[in-house]
Design a protein around this ligand. Structure first.
Ligand SMILES: *Cc1c(COP(=O)(O)O)cnc(C)c1O
Length: 363
């Protein structure tokens, strides 16, 4: 049998790598392949509330085959990073926003809401315990943190679970642009939707990702890197990628991002870019963007740049938009998007003033 660890060349299930091996991993961490020595876990039941919170050795969960989440996908997650600054200190970027979003996701999935303070304590205690796993500054490396919560009750009846597990794991992450900035190509999904009105699109849950995978596979089959989704009802309004929000830069310098419709995930990166763009003097508008506006705007050069954003990649320029029967290529891929990206990354790594108070020191 090939385990996930051997398939990806990672260290999952392997205990206690020594300092030399860790340094090797941190020099070229990739994404989601290696995990630190510890994890945080706690349990919720209706009687006890949240309890048994602890940082313990990283290792597998033992799951009964009838564990509810395996059947009904009552599960949510978060993604944020710890950054090492040039003086060696370690910082989180707006973790309160992840904590608040985790609560909103929990509410939508009928999971118990974890208090913001408990979320922060969990993340910070894991980072402090495994602080040697936060990569050195430079090269845009970071420690990716993955808080998640799932129905761990053993029960096949359909109702919100009466036992829930919360956990945080950590994985060193390399720069998305290790080989230099490369614009991504986007496949327009005209058949599949990611999220529907009244559905779970605004929650960060595994089910949304499961729903996006077939479309993502279609993107790859059509020679594209990522897939863009439209609104489920009309297939006419631009929503987002499978795991990143979208922005459009217009000829006159105006920046537009699809307004939160209830089926778009509210990215921390999206919110931060809106504020940073404003700081840098750009006019930013949140409104509906029609797919025809994207296609014809790029073709006519009214739209000069398109970019996607999220914690993992920060900002990635979009080069080509492709659909069944055609494609358009952006005029520029780097000017505004790379300026915004640099400003955001500089704040995260302590190289630009944190005027908004977005950073939170952990170590
Ligand atoms: C996580 C996520 C994003 C990006 O959110 P960030 O907080 O910026 O990382 C965008 N879209 C979807 C669907 C997501 O799950």
């Amino acid at each position: 049998m090939t385990t996930a660890a051997t398939a990806s060349g990672g260290n999952a299930g392997q205990r206690g790598v020594d300092a030399a091996r860790r340094a090797e991993i941190l020099a070229e961490p990739g994404f989601g392949r290696y995990f630190t020595d510890h994890m945080f876990t706690s349990t919720w039941t209706p009687d006890l509330g949240w309890h048994d919170a602890a940082v313990r050795d990283y290792g597998p969960f033992r799951l009964d085959p009838a564990t509810a989440t395996l059947h009904y996908a009552q599960e949510i997650f978060e993604g944020l990073k710890a950054y090492r600054h040039p003086d060696g200190s370690v910082w989180l970027f707006r973790p309160e926003m992840n904590a608040a979003r985790f609560q909103r996701s929990a509410r939508r999935l009928a999971l118990p809401e974890l208090p913001v303070e408990d979320f922060l304590t969990a993340v910070e205690s894991l980072v402090r315990t495994d602080v040697d796993w936060v990569p050195p500054t430079g090269d845009e490396h970071s420690l990716y943190l993955r808080p998640f919560m799932f129905a761990s009750e053993v029960f096949l009846g359909v109702r919100p679970a009466n036992e829930v597990t919360f956990a945080v794991i950590a994985s060193p992450a390399g720069s998305y642009f290790a080989g230099g900035v490369r614009p991504v190509s986007i496949w327009l999904s005209e058949e599949y939707a990611r999220a529907a009105p009244g559905g779970t699109g605004a929650a960060k849950c595994g089910g949304n990702y499961a729903a996006s995978l077939l479309a993502q596979r279609e993107a790859i089959a059509n020679g594209c890197d990522q897939v863009a989704f439209l609104d489920a009802a009309e297939h006419s309004t631009v929503e987002e990628l499978g795991g990143m929000n979208l922005f459009f830069v217009y000829h006159d310098g105006t920046i537009v991002t699809p307004e939160l419709s209830g089926s778009i995930l509210e990215g921390v990166t999206r919110s931060s870019i809106i504020e940073i763009a404003d700081d840098l003097g750009y006019k930013v508008i949140e409104r509906q963007v029609g797919i025809e506006e994207w296609r014809s705007g790029v073709a006519s050069r009214e739209i000069t740049e398109v970019f996607a954003c999220g914690t993992a990649a920060v900002i990635t320029p979009v080069g080509t938009l492709k659909w069944r029967g055609g494609e358009v290529v952006s005029a520029r891929v780097d000017e505004v998007s790379m300026r915004l990206r640099q400003q955001l990354v500089d704040i995260q790594y302590g190289l630009a003033p944190d005027g908004h108070g977005w950073l939170r020191r952990v170590a």
